[in-house]
Design a protein around this ligand. Sequence first.
Ligand code: C2E
Ligand code: CA
Ligand code: CA
Length: 714
Amino acid sequence: MTMPVQTEAPYQAPTLLVVDDRQENLVAMEALLENSAWQVRSAASGEAALRCLLENEVELVLLDVQMPEMDGFEVARLMRGTPRTRFTPIIFVSAIAQTQDAVLKGYASGAVDFILKPFDPQVLRHKIRALLVHEQSRRELQQLTLQLERAQAFNASVLANAAEGILVVDEQGCIQFANPAVAQMLQGGAADLEGTALMSYLQQPGLPVRWQDSEFYRYWQRGETRRVHDINLHTFTGELLPVALSFSPLTGLQRSMVVIVLDMSIERALHAQLASQAITDPLTGLLNRRGFNQALESLLARVVRSGKRIAVLYLDLDGFKRINDSLGHAAGDQVLQYVAEQLRVCLRPYDILARVGGDEFTILLDSLVHPEYAAKIAEKLIQMISVRHRVDGVEVTLGASVGIASFPECGQDLEGLLRAADMAMYEAKRAGRQQYRFFSPEMNGRARSRLMLEESLRTAIEQHDFQLVYQPQIHLQTGRLRGFEALLRWQRAGVGTVSPGLFIPLLEETRLINQVGDWVFHTGVSQFLTLPPAFREQQILSLNVSPVQFSMPSLLEDLRRVLDLHQLAPAQLELEVTESALMHNLENTREQLQQLRRLGVRVAIDDFGTGYSSLAYLRHFELDTLKIDRLFIANMLESERDAAIVSSIIELGRNLGLEVIAEGVETLAQRNWLVSHNCAVMQGFLVAPGLPLAQAQNFPLTLDWQRLPYKPTP
Ligand code: C2E
Ligand code: CA
Ligand code: CA
């Protein structure tokens, strides 16, 4: 930082002003003082002298005492009254011998010296020289003082106007200076702060009492700057102000430091807000999963030492999805808020309650005396929730299933306890809902094997142990190949092929399905394009899409990328989606289907007939294909009901303009029945199971029904 500096004027010889009412005296004086070291000006009266002094820089005045009108004393008095000439040296020149009184009067009116006529010119010149040197020093001093004052004013204005608080603290930790900003932050005056101990304002956990024990002092001793961001100041009004501080040693002799204070209240408030948003569920105001985990973690840390018991309850609503789907999201939200309120009033104020998923709640019971108490609570919760109530004018019945895991029996850490409670909850659901279950060791065994399976799935993904096989789909009338459905296989070392029915649900739960699904898209499409041109150009490739994958907003982008990359016509790609995936979120489904339609890919409903089979959605959704579930095909020749269902589905498909595929056709009798009922396409072991790529590449374009099942040419 630099301060503006006055530039120095070029050197000029000093000016003497000779004042005398007599012309001859003036001339004589001028002649006498003729000298290159100074310039001489003259004035013939007191008035002329004052005018000259106003208009010119004059370093010394030789003043005649006796003059008409305004005498020398008067001139001197007036000069001393004007700032410009207050200090200008005056030598009185007098012809007559002065009395002691007159000399004193002269000094009193501002004379610096007297010289009496007749005088020795040498002496006068010495006097003048000495006075000029003196005057020169005085002026320099005045100039310096002026500069110093300006610098001080500049610094003071910087300190006064800085938005940051600035303190100067001495070696003893005592505040020497406080600027207005810091005084304002602390809601006091700078004078209140000055002379007090800085430590008395600081608040931070672990801060020592004595200044000399503080790290700020140690840093200062080493000559280093210390910055702290998480400290508070006590204000004069008794509040705590969050601030950031920097302590920098002042150089030189001052043995003190400058402390810059930044008001952090806005930032901290923002942080606190973000932190609370991160752990609370906006819909119910309860904790969210993260908040619950934090609470459980910290409780566990305390409980481990105290030897207390605690319990974790996992509560899942029964029938919530139905309400959400039939009454809409707003009603669903209302139900969740209602349930949250019911749970809250059931629990003690210090029990911890959270919503950790759509309709999943967790409860942490602190200091549990008996495990039975947890069961009592669970029972009460189920009762509270399982009453009829009205939502949007509609009567709805809810239910809840609860799993209980106690510490330390069922799990020693956060993950263990949550998993145990979750398992127990599934067990309660399996046992018929509206129940609670304690976690048991058998569940643990199942959990362990699941965990191992999950682990090996992760490895399988890394090591590319997956493979696709292709099951042909045949036009029933002509025997022409429609295309292939790609089916996923997991080649597990030492175990053999694992059925997707076993591992797909696990992939879904662990969200690993997206990685595998992506692999299926890429591999399926690129392998399909290795088929002979006659296939490649017209046939359809069907890919299975899991519910999780289907609900992903990124599905469309992923597909578009795959199609672009491999240059496959969208109309040759069919996605198979199960009914339950479509029913999960109706709004989202409609949107997703429209987008897929726009992209140009086909959509089939898989396993049709096993789920809701609602006619309403068939009407609303944009679909291409219905795949009749193989259970109906397996039973249709024996069961009239199943036959009726199959023929109705075929009829329905025709009326809605959808292609119908019969799955799991194993016998010629089934195939003939389907032909006579005008089913369009079949798929099943009668023709072939899923074939490795090499066999699919050699599959005939048109099938010979006489030579079934299809045997690949060796
Ligand atoms: P899905 O989509 O209904 O697939 C048809 C299943 O029926 C396949 O079992 C197939 O091998 C079997 N199948 C075909 N013809 C017959 C038959 O004549 N008789 C009998 N009994 N079964 C037959 P797979 O390959 O074990 O697949 C099981 C399920 O796994 C599939 O059911 C599908 O939902 C899922 N899946 C398979 N591959 C994938 C995939 O790549 N991604 C996703 N998300 N799911 C897949
Ligand atoms: Ca399928
Ligand atoms: Ca199916």
